[in-house]
Design a protein around this ligand. Structure first.
Ligand code: B16
Ligand code: MG
Length: 213
């Protein structure tokens, strides 16, 4: 029995743009501009780690843990407002066909997302029912590049890690998959994702990989 474990943001749906817009709004309120060139570093990493990166780019230092928590909560409120209306039209190209092809071949599929909103977003995309296991940021304590999110998904599926392939768009996620002893398909920039076993430019190409997984 084999499985494919999907990252959410950047693989199933392009929520990265909403994370970026929410961080940019917060940065603006703090008096600096959060530039898109730093956005790649936020992909796949936890909310608090993302906040630390955003504050670093703005040269903001010396905040207490409580102040940081307030800022992270504020960003999350903006993010939740922005994704309120998200729906099936925002599922990334080729994902429904890739999932259907995997199911046809008898693969199990799981979600392995760092986002605490992961499960809720899958519901909004009307995809929750097709996943055999859903692991999001509410179920794990250690953020990517720690493999916990993917290993937990494999445990839920009762499939050994070496029979799992992770699909990821972030460097931290690829490191996590490798640390968990899984194969990994990267989606996006070849140079940045070079630690993956296979890299494709876009989710539209995933279906073509089913035979080689
Ligand atoms: P939240 P993924 C990740 O999702 C995002 O890529 C990352 O930018 C975000 O900080 C993280 O989820 C936490 O999200 O603030 O909603 O809990 O790529 O692992 O699906
Ligand atoms: Mg991602």
């Amino acid at each position: 029995m084999k499985a494919v474990i999907f990252d959410l943001d950047g693989v199933v749906v392009d929520t990265a743009k909403y994370h970026y817009l929410a961080w940019r709004k917060l940065a603006g309120e703090l008096g600096f501009e959060f530039d898109i060139s730093h956005n790649e570093r936020l992909k796949g990493v936890s909310r608090m780690e993302s906040l630390n990166i955003v504050l670093e780019t703005g040269g903001v230092k010396g905040l207490t843990e409580e102040e940081k928590q307030d800022l992270a909560d504020r960003k999350n409120r903006y993010y939740l407002q922005m994704i309120q209306g998200i729906g099936e039209s925002e599922i990334l190209p080729g994902i429904p066909e890739f999932i259907a092809g995997l199911k046809e071949k008898g693969y199990k599929i799981a979600l392995g997302s760092a986002s605490k909103s992961g499960g809720m977003i899958l519901e909004k995309l009307k995809l929750a029912g097709v996943f055999d296991a859903i692991v999001d940021g509410n179920l794990v304590a250690r953020a990517k590049p720690d493999p916990q999110v993917f290993v937990t998904a494999a445990e839920f599926l009762k499939i050994p890690c070496e029979n799992c392939t992770v699909v990821e768009d972030a460097k931290a996620g690829i490191e996590a998959a490798k640390a968990g002893g899984m194969r990994c398909v990267g989606v996006g920039n070849r140079e940045m994702l070079k630690a993956a076993d296979i890299v494709v430019d876009s989710t539209a190409e995933l279906k073509g990989l089913i035979e080689v997984l």
